[in-house]
Design a protein around this ligand. Structure first.
Ligand code: C5P
Length: 285
């Protein structure tokens, strides 16, 4: 038996624009995504000689072929024309679920990276990201990681300059948002403000953290905040205690704040933790 271990990092959306509905029912996006250090740990055991199995320390996570990590393994072996001779996937989950942090996609990307390494790199990183797009929209970015412009359904990636060292506070409130319903709601809403991608790219190129924070914008944020005013409460705590900028990530419901130092992040974390057990300090990765 062979045991492979791989970290799976969460993402936040520094920007997120929804451009329109496609013929396949999905929406085209344009988003600057950033990997952050909240991580799951994925362990693969190959050659078990038994039927495939998936375990996870969080009860609500599906443990069958519908889990993105399982689908990633299937997709990899099919395309690499290999057979692991039995596989167990163990996921130690720390990334909050239904949060907009791409936890499931991060696990899937970790599976792809680990298997590609084990098989001596049959796929380039971009080919591996392309395989990821067969598994889920956020998987290609999670394969690449870092700071990147993501377009289409998530399959078109362009590496951007790394975000300068930055601490994030990430806070997941107790409610979740249905992603399909949110897209439908957005279809019925006139989008009043969209992210300024040119300004965001310039800020990244200049390594100007304050400007990056100034240009955070996610078109889903006002739609979700209108129904869940508690997001404003979380954002106002972040803002009051020194955040450079804050907003919801992905389709929510987690909010992240960019903090100027670990110390500031610790203060915000302390202010939120009594009301919000799922609050974390993270670094950009
Ligand atoms: O990617 P995920 O499976 O989380 O998407 C859930 C739903 O959100 C999709 O079935 C679709 O209705 C909607 N969606 C979309 N456009 C995207 C991503 C998701 O319309 N780019």
């Amino acid at each position: 038996m062979t045991i492979l271990q791989e970290p799976a990092f969460a993402k936040v959306n520094l920007t997120l624009d929804v451009l329109g509905r496609r013929p396949d029912g999905y929406h085209d996006l344009k988003s600057v995504m950033q990997t952050v250090s909240i991580r799951d740990d994925v362990t693969l055991t190959l050659g078990t000689g038994e039927p495939w199995r998936l375990t996870c320390n969080w009860e609500d996570i599906p443990t069958g072929p519908e889990n993105l990590a399982w689908r990633a393994a299937e997709t990899f072996f099919r395309n690499a024309r290999r057979d692991p001779g039995g596989l167990t996937i163990d996921i130690l989950k720390r990334i909050p679920v239904q949060a907009g942090l791409a936890g499931g996609s991060a696990d899937a990307a970790a599976v792809l990276r680990a298997l590609n390494r084990y098989c001596d790199f049959p796929f380039s990183i971009l080919a591996l990201a392309e395989l990821g797009s067969l598994v889920g929209s956020d998987v290609p970015f999670c394969v690449l990681g870092g700071t990147a412009m993501v377009e289409g359904r998530g399959e078109r990636l362009r590496k951007l300059p790394d975000l300068p060292e930055c601490f994030f506070v990430v806070c997941k409130p107790d409610f979740s948002v249905s992603t399909p319903e949110l897209y439908e709601k957005l279809d019925r809403t006139a989008i009043a403000k969209r992210p300024d991608h040119r300004a965001m790219e310039s800020a990244l190129l200049a390594g100007d953290l304050a400007k990056v924070a100034e240009n955070l914008w996610n078109v889903f944020d006002p739609v979700v905040t209108a129904e869940h005013l508690e997001l404003n409460y979380i954002k106002s705590i972040c803002n009051t205690y020194g955040s450079l900028g804050q907003q919801m990530t992905g389709s929510g419901s987690a909010v992240f704040a960019m903090m100027p130092s670990f110390e500031y992040a610790a203060v915000v974390c302390n202010m939120l933790k009594d009301n919000y057990p799922q609050v974390y300090i993270a670094r950009s990765v």
